[in-house]
Ligand binder design. Structure first.
Ligand SMILES: O=C(O)CCC(=O)C(=O)O
Ligand SMILES: [Mn+2]
Length: 208
């Protein structure tokens, strides 16, 4: 039998049509010692690129460095920028395998972002490109500096959330989050510390 409280919550959710954002956050996903080693390996061993995008007809540098990594043949386009895959780095594969074992989801690619300090950021967006399919699942791992991660509902502008993404944390983002919410990583001008974020994705290819 269902408890009174559950029934109450269900009816409130139905009545007000409030859906909680579709995510979960695991803070202790990677132990501190491993997280520190992974951060150093990725920082020093990856070919970080400064990409540019066109905004109002002008080329501008995006405020972070990035690398796109994954199975061969995977291609990803966002903001008119087509990224070809770099082969998997063993540390990134190790992290992917740990996520796959925990969640049962599979991922054939990862977009890695390197925020050099608090001046680097990522603007409001949804990860809903056609090559992610109808129901994208994204698993996001953070290493290094803690940074706030913001969520805002697309239609109900009053609804906002802030999460703190700590060193070693895993944020699992479900399909409804990408459909109904935008997210961003705002600047933190006073912070000098670096952060690396890995977002694992399942990208549709010609074969899938
Ligand atoms: O750095 C983050 O936590 C956000 C990254 C992100 O949203 C993305 O790569 O699409
Ligand atoms: Mn995103």
């Amino acid at each position: 039998m269902r408890s009174f409280n559950t029934d109450m919550t269900d009816s409130l959710l139905t009545k007000e049509r409030i859906q909680p954002p579709d995510y979960w956050l695991k803070n202790d996903f990677i132990a501190e010692h491993d997280a520190h080693a992974f951060f150093t390996q990725l920082l020093t061993q990856l070919p970080w690129r400064q990409d540019k995008i066109k905004m109002f007809g002008k080329e501008v540098e995006i405020p972070r460095l990035q690398v796109f990594m994954g199975d061969s043949g995977v291609e990803y386009t966002y903001s008119n920028l087509t990224l070809n895959t770099h082969p998997w780095h063993p540390t990134v594969l190790e992290i992917r395998n740990r996520i796959q074992a925990l969640t049962g989801s599979t991922f054939n690619a990862a977009l890695l972002n390197y925020y050099r300090n608090g001046q680097d950021s990522m603007g409001w967006h949804q990860d809903n490109e056609p090559e992610l399919g109808d129901a994208p699942i994204i698993a996001s791992v953070s290493l290094g500096a803690s940074r706030p991660f913001m969520l805002r509902h697309l239609t109900d502008k009053q609804r906002k959330e802030q999460l703190i993404l700590n060193n070693g944390s895993l944020l699992w983002m479900g399909p409804k989050l990408q459909a109904q919410w935008q997210h961003s990583l705002p600047k933190r001008p006073t912070s000098q510390s670096a952060r690396i974020n890995l977002t694992f994705r399942q990208v549709l290819t010609q074969k899938t």
